[in-house]
Write a protein that binds this ligand. Structure first.
Ligand code: SAH
Length: 264
């Protein structure tokens, strides 16, 4: 079997216990993971197949696997509120983020959405991420390096995007900041014809303001406002019902397409 299928030193591992409690950490020879379920020595995992069950010193069983991007994003060291995986998925689809796309994003925050955008555009695409807070930039850089390294097609701009988009033209604009309507005039100039803007907003007041700005702007069409609700279910031998707890609210997505003008 290829070594790619085995845990190596330095790699991220996700440990899951029988009650679905999850722990994410880097493997380091000589270190050990402690929880109330007992101890797992990192050395016992290094060299093992990814996706094995392992016992702690007290006999508790953990599943040890490779974290997905969603696992990683949910456990990220945070410099800001991060976009939840359900909304990231929505942004990628609503924004039609394709391999090779030229994308700009603001603000970058902790870099959760950034990592998903980098994956979706692939090595042929380009991503510029705007962020005004230095501590967010250094936290995001660190977070991104764990999953994506330092890709050459990725640029961080410590600019205030309200002052203007530096790029000449872009295929997609993704905004996660408080006043996206302040970017709309500039977005109209910089988006390619048919280009798409997607904004994530936590409150409906912001949604109304932004959607109205887009609807009354001659350079945009197909303004859509949606909310993505995710309801996990509990399934067992004699039970199948929604979970008692769910995340009640994250935010809304507002999107629009660039209009190139009218044929007279
Ligand atoms: N999408 C990010 C979270 C962004 S939080 C993630 O998934 O991790 C919003 C961020 O926007 C904050 O870090 C804030 O500093 C930044 N921000 C706010 N106004 C901005 C502006 N005008 N230009 C650039 N960044 C801005």
């Amino acid at each position: 079997m290829s070594d790619l299928n085995r845990f190596v030193e330095g790699e991220l591992v996700l440990l899951v216990d029988r009650k679905d409690r999850r722990y994410l950490f880097n493997l380091a020879d000589g270190e050990s993971f402690h929880s109330h379920g007992g101890i797992v020595y990192h050395a016992a995992l290094i060299g093992q197949e990814k996706g094995v069950r392992i016992r702690t010193n007290t006999g508790q069983v953990y599943y040890a696997t490779v974290p997905t991007l969603a696992d990683y994003v949910t456990n990220l060291p945070r410099a800001s509120q991060v976009v939840y995986p359900k909304d990231i998925g929505g942004i990628l689809m609503v924004g039609d983020i394709f391999p090779g796309a030229d994308v700009i994003e603001a603000g970058m925050g902790s870099g959760a959405l950034t990592m998903a955008l980098l994956r979706a555009i692939g090595p042929e695409g380009h991503l510029s991420s705007y962020e005004i807070r230095d501590e967010a930039i250094s936290q995001a850089r660190e977070n991104i390096s764990v999953m994506a390294g330092a890709p050459e097609n990725f640029r961080i701009r410590s600019n205030d995007i309200y002052d203007g988009i530096v790029e000449d033209t872009v295929d997609r604009i993704i905004l996660d900041l408080p006043e996206p309507w302040r970017v709309i005039e500039n977005a109209a100039q910089k988006l390619v014809p048919g280009g798409i803007i997607v904004c994530f907003l936590p409150t409906i007041i912001q949604v109304h303001n932004l959607a109205f700005t887009l609807q009354t702007h001659s350079s945009f069409e197909m303004v859509e406002s949606i909310e993505i609700l995710l309801r996990p279910w509990y399934i067992a031998a004699n039970s199948a019902r929604p979970m008692h707890r769910m995340v009640g609210h994250t935010g809304f997505l507002v999107s629009a397409r660039k209009c190139a003008g009218s044929i007279e």
